[in-house]
Design a protein around this ligand. Structure first.
Ligand code: GLN
Length: 456
């Protein structure tokens, strides 16, 4: 804990932590020491963690990296973080992220971007750690914590993991409670571990997961011993390679990473099978209708009345102006864009054309996966991202669609509610980390983690 606290202080320019909770960390670490001495050491005993700012932490600032939640200190703890503290973990502080988890580069944060600890060979240019869990990824990669929590609505755990050479797991929808996590798109959001290794991911997921009566979408399904599943034996497993993920203009180094990964799994005894997920090309447009629709509804609660930022009312103004100005001042441009898109696709005149259509596409995407799993496929191997980490400002200053294209390999998993993991498997020509994604069957994270373990 002390080593991480001082490393975090020394690494302030990375802007990974947006608040340290040193006092709480030392108290939790002392309690963990006492438990260890008493011979009662749970799975995460004394493990210092960073917590994404999307998780409500009791009496500790929780702003979802937004101005609209300025000064908000929740009087409650999220179920996932409570599970981690119950398992003996230690909270070092809150981690930077994109505002309301909307983004792929951590650049929409009110605190400014987190910085990737990696640099391209022969260059000093600052790179993004990805997003939205950019602070989590940067902190894990730079050894500013042993692991971190992340959330993944459309890739926000897996893409930052790929950009920083770390492991990121998005569990099956419903595996981890969403209670106390600031909602972005409720039917897609899922918390998961961001770690240095697959083994750490297995241990941490075991502590985070479990049924929670406070979240009606949390599944009442037993949590297996994920670590015990890590045998490395994947003989006879069928790994699917979906042809639709071979997108136009895919860099040769990503293609090579992908085929090398497949060869590695084949050498370990798995059978590599070409598969088709025909509706893949509609995933990104469907996601960028459904996620903003749910976001516009979830973010309606930020009105300047209940918590966070409230605009000053001028002479002659009423409550409506107060709502409007609080939201105009409190939400950044990307969040405002999403709220507007969401309100538009849900509006009476466009609901059928956009929102309802997107929901139908979502069903087709889910069926694509069900079909290949019914044919005996155990896991699917794809690249995690279309490129290595890009420069700060490089995409944010361009058309927002360019940023959205980053999520091309990750959003299908959220639309289908499946577990997915990003594993670092190589470096690009500039020496930057690249990751492969494995997609598993629902509720079979144990099996997925074991396949990832063989790939690591
Ligand atoms: N980059 C995606 C978005 O901006 C995913 C975000 C996420 O998973 N939270 O919506």
């Amino acid at each position: 804990t002390e080593a991480c606290l001082s490393a975090a202080e020394a690494a302030a320019p990375l802007n990974a932590y947006i608040a340290m909770t040193a006092e709480q960390a030392r108290a939790q670490a002392a309690a963990a020491d006492a438990r260890l001495k008493a011979g009662d050491a749970p799975a995460m005993c004394g493990i210092p963690l960073g917590i994404k700012d999307l998780f409500a932490t009791r009496d500790v600032q929780t702003q979802a990296a937004s101005r609209i939640l300025e000064g908000f200190r929740p009087p409650y703890e999220s179920s996932v973080t409570q599970n981690l503290w119950d398992a003996g973990a230690v909270m070092l502080g809150k981690l930077n992220m994109d505002e309301f988890a909307m983004g792929s580069s951590n650049e929409t944060s009110v605190y400014g971007p987190a910085i990737n600890p990696w640099r391209a060979q022969g260059s000093d240019a600052a790179l993004t750690p990805g997003g939205s869990s950019g602070g989590s990824a940067a902190a894990v990669a730079a050894d500013l914590c042993l692991a971190a929590t992340g959330t993944d609505t459309g890739g926000s755990i897996r893409q930052p993991a790929a950009f920083t050479g770390t492991v990121g797991l998005k569990p099956t929808y419903g595996r981890c409670s969403r209670w106390g996590i600031v909602a972005f798109a409720s039917s897609l959001d899922q918390a998961g571990p961001m770690t240095k290794s697959v083994r750490d991911a297995a241990i941490m997921l075991g502590a985070m997961a479990g049924h929670d009566p406070k979240d009606s979408t949390s599944a009442d399904i037993p949590v297996p011993d994920f670590e015990a599943a890590l045998t490395g034996d994947i003989r006879g497993k069928k790994i699917g390679i979906p042809k639709e993920y071979r997108v136009d203009g895919m860099p040769a180094e990503i293609e090579k990473l992908w085929s090398d990964g497949a060869a590695m799994l084949r050498d370990a005894g798995a059978e590599i099978v070409d598969i088709s997920l025909p509706h893949t090309k509609y995933a990104l447009p469907a996601y960028y209708v459904i996620a903003p629709a749910e976001a516009s509804s979830n973010l309606a609660r930020y009105d300047g009345v209940r918590y966070g930022h409230r605009a000053k009312i001028r002479q002659g103004e009423g409550i409506v102006q107060m709502y409007e100005r609080s939201r105009a001042e409190g939400f950044g441009p990307e969040v405002q864009r999403r709220v507007m898109i969401g309100a538009y696709v849900l509006s009476a005149g466009y609901y059928d054309a956009y929102y309802k259509k997107a929901q139908k596409v979502r069903t087709l995407i889910k069926r694509d996966f069900e079909n290949v799993y019914a044919e005996g496929i155990d896991a699917i191997l794809t690249p995690a991202t279309p490129s290595a980490a890009f420069g700060i400002g490089e995409m944010a200053d361009a058309d927002p669609i360019r940023m959205y294209l980053n999520d091309v390999f990750t959003v299908t998993v959220n639309l289908a509610g499946l577990p997915g993991i990003s594993v670092p498997t190589g470096l690009d020509a500039r020496g930057l980390p690249l990751g492969l994604q494995l997609i598993g069957r629902p509720w079979e994270e144990a099996d997925l983690l074991n396949t990832a373990y063989a790939l690591e």
